[in-house]
Design a protein around this ligand. Structure first.
Ligand code: PGA
Length: 533
């Protein structure tokens, strides 16, 4: 079963109508299975306007409705005959003789049921079946405890259904106690099924539907044996989670995100044997996770270039690998794949230090300099691979700092932590009586944290190193500000655990008219961004 989680009822209705429209456009002689109830009304409204604007044509379509109360007159305004005329049949160009709703006026319900089933068969079977779901899990009027093999039949309604449907009648006693309904086996014969659910009153039953169980106690769960079912539900009807996967050269981080909160996260060592081994590793973890946290979509952040959905990465065994396609085939989930730095920037923009803003530049200071450009809460890709923030030149004729990208004097060559360490080692060697030099010798190398320790210990040389580093960093920050005029610049990377020092020094050297903030999601920004894509 595929799951499409929509923001709200309006989107559920639109998505469902689009699927019906695709069906009619690819097969004008389609046989539709239709449903009543409050849920599909918005879908019918969309279909009516699509028909009016010429986007879909019902002239060759046949329809079979799922059910009808018994007994009931067709002109009773609570009959499903009445409902269908009101919401669809009288408003589109479907031929009345091509529409079928079980006859609630018959004296011989068994004969009506057999005839109905036969008519469906003779029409070639249902191409696309639309279903709602009752609060007790019923589909059509197949109530809990239903017979798995039942075809169209007369059934007693349960108290809970009578109660739920009494809202449409003057009083509960007016609700018919029986109905004619297509059976589970008739429904499962449809080639494709869409199941619509909206509203918090459906949450519990949808939760059961998304669990492992298949039981006649919740008839909708029986749909899981069908190969082509799409559940289209809104957020209020569905406990769903997004899975963010942040693939790194050494570890893959997995984060289960509920709205804007990571509710579960862990990491595993990256299997770099082959692209297949790595993809299978992710699929295996997904399968474990979705047992506990039903997942509705997967976002993946990956280091490297992604051109036309093909991923190539120097740190991973991906070479023109269609990661999106392979993962969605193996998990059955909608999958999005994005550059990892862009993911982190998006995460920070949507759920971190940038969440009050729409236009954000994130600069990640690490071995190199990376980052992402977020415009109106969306990643800016340019032609595909924009956002290489470390690779604009701040020194055009600096032969001493060739960059792997082919330019010289790139921002990365000055603002990365690698550049900071190089600078510190030079200053330390020139000042052998300094604390910085002492730490350098004791550890036989320097790193960001040792430089900060020397600074905290009152070392004048470490202070000078940091002043010089921040001066270089400020050139890039000011340039980015001038080009993009973002609402905020967010700095991330291990060194920003001492963001206090960096921001203080930055305010001494640069007068900026926009805020500069330190990442608040830290190393989780990637999984947030991947999940929230
Ligand atoms: P509802 O009913 O769409 O009115 O919630 C669905 C159903 O009972 O199948």
């Amino acid at each position: 079963m595929r799951v499409i989680v929509c923001e709200n009822y309006k989107e559920v209705s639109k998505r469902a109508a689009e699927i019906v429209a695709d069906q009619l456009n690819s097969k004008p002689y389609s046989v539709l299975g239709l449903a009543t109830g409050s849920t599909p009304i918005g879908m019918y409204e969309n279909l009516v306007s699509m028909n009016k604007s010429g986007k879909i044509d019902f002239s060759s379509v046949k329809s079979f409705n799922l059910d009808e109360y018994y007994p009931i007159k067709r002109d009773n305004d609570q009959s499903y005959h009445y409902f269908m005329n009101e919401h669809l049949f009288s408003k589109v160009n479907i031929k009345p003789e091509n529409t079928h709703v079980p006859n609630g006026e018959t004296d011989d319900p068994q004969k009506e049921c057999d005839l109905y089933e036969e008519l469906i068969e003779r029409s070639g079977g249902i191409d696309l079946q639309v279903l709602g779901i009752g609060q007790n899990g019923h589909i059509g009027f197949n109530e809990p405890g239903t017979n798995l093999c039942a075809k169209t039949h007369l059934t007693d309604l349960t108290d809970s259904t009578i109660e739920a449907n009494s809202r449409f009648f003057e009083k509960k006693e007016d609700v018919p106690t029986q109905a004619i309904t297509m059976g589970i086996s008739s429904i499962l014969k449809a080639k494709k099924i869409i199941l619509l659910a909206s509203g918090s009153n459906k949450k519990q039953v949808v939760e059961e539907l998304m669990s492992d169980s298949i039981t006649t106690n919740n008839p909708a769960t029986l749909l899981k044996v069908h190969p082509d079912v799409i559940l289209i539900c809104d957020k209020s009807a569905c406990s769903y989670y997004d899975l963010g996967v942040d693939i790194g050269g050494t570890a893959i981080k997995f984060g289960v995100v509920d709205g804007n909160n990571v509710v579960h996260k862990y990491k595993v060592d990256t299997n770099k044997d082959s692209s297949e081994a790595l993809i299978n590793q992710i699929v295996k973890e997904y399968e474990k996770i979705t047992k506990e946290y039903p997942i509705s979509k997967i976002g993946v952040g990956v280091p490297g270039r992604i051109i036309n959905s093909l991923v190539s990465s120097s740190n991973l065994p991906f070479d023109n690998t269609n990661l999106k396609q392979e993962l969605s085939l193996k998990t059955g989930m909608p999958v999005k794949v994005e550059n990892d730095a862009n993911c982190a920037a998006l995460g920070e923009a949507l759920a971190g230090a940038g969440k009050e803003y729409k236009n954000i530049i994130m600069i990640t200071l690490g071995t190199g300099v990376g980052g992402g450009i977020i415009i109106k809460n969306k990643i800016y890709h340019g032609r595909g691979d924009a956002g290489e923030i470390g690779h604009f030149a701040v020194n055009y004729d600096d032969d001493k700092t060739p960059c792997p990208c082919g330019l010289t004097g790139c921002f990365e060559q000055y603002a990365s932590v690698t550049a900071l360490v190089k600078l510190a080692e030079k200053y330390a060697n020139d000042n052998k009586d300094s604390l910085l030099y002492k730490l350098y010798k004791e550890n036989s190398k320097l790193d960001g944290m040792l430089i900060m320790s020397a600074y905290d210990g009152g070392c004048r040389i470490a202070d000078e190193v940091l002043n010089e580093y921040v001066k270089r960093l400020s050139v890039g920050i000011l340039s980015l500000r001038n080009i993009f005029s973002p609402d905020v610049i967010v700095l991330s990377g291990g060194i920003t655990s001492r963001g206090d020092v960096l921001l203080q020094k930055l305010s001494n050297v640069a007068s900026l008219d926009i805020p500069v903030k330190i990442s608040s999601l830290k190393s989780d920004a990637g999984i947030y961004g991947a999940a929230l894509m």
